[in-house]
Ligand binder design. Sequence first.
Ligand code: NAD
Length: 484
Amino acid sequence: MNEFKNFINGQWVATGKTFENRNPVDNSLIGPVHEAGRGEVDAAVQAAKAALKGPWAGLKVDQRVDLLHAVADGINNRFDDFLAAEIADTGKPHVLASHVDIPRGAANFKVFADLIRNVPNETFGMNTPDNGHALNYAVRAPRGVIGVVCPWNLPLLLMTWKVGPALACGNTVVVKPSEDTPATATLLGEVMNQVGVPAGVYNVVHGFGPDSAGQFLTEHPLVDGITFTGETSTGEAIMRAAAKGVRPVSFELGGKNAGIVFADADFDKAVAGIARAAFENTGQVCLGTERVYVQRPIFERFVAALKQRAESFKMGQPLEPGVNFGPLISMTHKKKVLSYYEKAKAEGAVTVTGGGVPAMPGALSAGAWVQPTIWTGLPESSAIIREEIFGPCCHITPFDTEEEVIRLANATPYGLASSVWTQDLSVAHRMGAALEVGICWINSWFLRDLRTSFGGAKQSGIGREGGVHSLEFYTELRNVCVKL
Ligand code: NAD
C-alpha cells in the first residue's frame, strides 16, 4: 500500500487528516492521502516565496536549463515507477500511459527548458526629440509563486505542462493535484530532491477544492498567479479567489468539441480519427469529441463504421495484453456519466451501441466501467449535445452544407477544439477560420506540436500556453528604455 504525503520545502509532510485514493479498475484502496489544511498550504506557499530569493534565483539560465533536463531524465530513469503510479490512479491501459502520459510528462520539462534558452527578447531602437537615440529592450522576470491546480484526466502530463514552463521561467510552484490522482505529482517530489532542485521550488499539497487545499491555495495572498486546468464552473470559483489581489489566471477549461466529417473525407481515416477523439482515455480528454456531425451522403455508413469501432475495444486490467480501454476515473464520475446515458434514453435518443455498464469479470465488476456509447436522433437542444459529459460517448448528427455545420458547431458556449475531415483544401481552410475554437485539427486529432499555442476560446479558457505563449503568463515583461 502506498501513502501520499504533501511535499513542502523538500520535505514529506503528513497531516492528521487523510482521504482514500482508490483504483478505478476495481475500486480497491491504493492508500491514504494526507490532506493539507490551511497551515500546510501556507507553509508550502511561504517555502515557494522564500525559494524565489534563494539558490534558485542565483542559478544562471543555463544551470536552470540543465537542472530541468535532469528532472526530465529523472522521470525517464524511473519510467516504470511513474507508469505504475499513473496506471494505479487512473486505470489507464498500459499502451496509453506508456506512450502518452509519461513520455509527455518528461518531455514538458525539456521543451520549455530549451525554449527559455533560445527565446529572443524584443528590442526597439528609437529616435528621440533631441535628435538622439534610445534603445528599448525587454527583460523577462519570473512572475513569482505560481499556484498550479490540476485535473485527473492526464495527471502528470497536464501538471508538467504548467510546472515545466513555470520553472523554466524561474518561478516556484505549489501544485494541487486532483484528489483522484495524487500519485505522480508526489513521485515527482522525489525526482526533484534526487536531481538537486532547491527546496521550496516545487511543492505539492493534497486535498479537494472548496474548503480544502484548492481553495486555500488559490486564496493565498502570496500566490502571484494561478494556472488551472479543469471544469469551467471550477474556473469561475478560482477566478473569484484570484480577484482578491488582482492575481492573473491562465485557464484551460471544459469543452464540447465538434468532430465534422464531410462526404469527401478519407472515410477510413475519418472513422479512425473520430473513434480516437470520442473514446481515447475512455472519453476523458478535454479535446475529445462528443458532438459528431457527418454529411448526409455518408451518414448511415459512418454510424455503422463507428459502431463497429466502439464495439471492438478490449476492456480489462491495464497490463493485460491488448487492453485498450480503461474505466472512468472514479465511481463518482461513473455515476455522472451514467446519468447522461439515462437522460439520452429518456430524451428518446437512438442508442446505436452501448448505453450502460459492461459485464466485467470478478473484482473488476466493482470498478468504474461504462460502455462506449453512440447515439443519434437527438435535437441540438438536448443536454447530451450541449453539456460536457466527459465520458466515452458521442452523438452523431447529419448535416447538408458547410454553412449549416459551421452554425451547429459554433452553437455552444465552449470553444476548445474541433476536428474536420475533408479532402477539399478550400473547405478545410474555410473551416479553420470559421470555427470558434482554440485548436482546429484538419484530418487529425490530438496532433500536438508543443511550440504552438494551446487553449480555449469562449468559456473553454483564458489565455494560451505552449511555446513562447507560455511566457506571457509565466513571466512579467519589463521594458528597459535607455537614452543613448
Ligand atoms: P475539476 O474542475 O473538478 O477539478 C480540477 C481541480 O480543481 C482539482 O484539483 C480540484 O480539486 C480543484 N478544485 C475544485 N474546486 C476548486 C475550488 N473551488 N478552488 C480551487 N480548486 C478547486 O475538473 P476535473 O473533473 O478534475 O477535470 C475534468 C475537467 O477538466 C473537464 O471539464 C475537462 O474538460 C477539463 N479539462 C480541460 C483541459 C483543457 O486543456 N482545456 C484539459 C483537461 C481537462
